[in-house]
Design a protein around this ligand. Sequence first.
Ligand code: PHE
Length: 338
Amino acid sequence: MTLAELEKMGGEAMASATGAADLAALDQVRVGYFGRNGLIPALVKQMKDVPAEDRPAFGKRLNAWRGDLEALLEARKAELATPVTRGPAFDGSLPGRWHGTGAAHPISQVIEAVASIFAKLGFSVADGPDIENTFNNFTALNTAPHHPSMDAADTFWLDNDRLLRTQTSPVQIRVMTSHQPPVRIITPGRCYRRDTTDATHSANFHQVEGLYVDTRPVSLADLKSTLAHFAREMMGPDVGVRFRPHFFPFTEPSVEVDFSCHVCSGQGCRVCKMSGWIEIAGAGMVDPRVYRFVGYDPESVYGYAFGMGVERIAMIKYGIKDIRSLYENDVRFLGQFA
Ligand code: PHE
């Protein structure tokens, strides 16, 4: 064995360690050199045949490449054990990946549908805050100071004069105190009541309020035909609409509006509590006292207002049996409305 041969073996050892494609191949290289029957122990044995004066040079050479090989094997082992994170080269001609941007929530879909039906009738969208004052939510809506709806058991009071609005009707007051008639608006939004949550009640729900006030005669017949038109546009031509006399402090006369139950086509089911009808809205002709509160002359204006429950519409339109499923953000449920 010559020094040149030893040098060559060292080069081969480094090359095979560099070329190992995986951890198993690398281990084979290690065993081939360092194992009991490996090349390095064999070379150590052959040292005694090397002439004594050449032995230190041979020993030095062997030690050097053995150390290098050991270090290289360690480094390659760490490298091969690390998963490759580098992706494929960027191909600008590939179509983009779809990241599942989702769809509008059924509550939003209903609000958008209501807004677009009323937009065609000349109604624009107005907005008001969730935090209201007593005047807008109660007083100007002709609600007596000790009306049960003002009770802390029904209303979320923040402090003496501020509350979470219990209805979207205060936006009527905001619009009329800031605009002269004619006004023709709808206003969708959240409402809050201290209701115990169950399959058909939620402490936080949505309404769409409507208000039409003009200096030309507007009648209860206009209100009825408008809401009947809305019902057919929203639910389809076969929906039944029913008006029942009712009382609201801010309308006179007042009605409640029922749609026939879409889930059972009026036959009676759990959603409509076997009645075949679902209460959708409260409505009526704006009470003259409300006009006085907002500074309109009750003798020279005519108007109607309505407020409808968005969740109620969503439940019958989509056959949703439990109102709570609308707030749980379960994509398996929401995915049905995408
Ligand atoms: N604000 C009433 C409610 O929440 C609904 C309503 C609105 C009634 C407008 C009449 C006119 O029950």
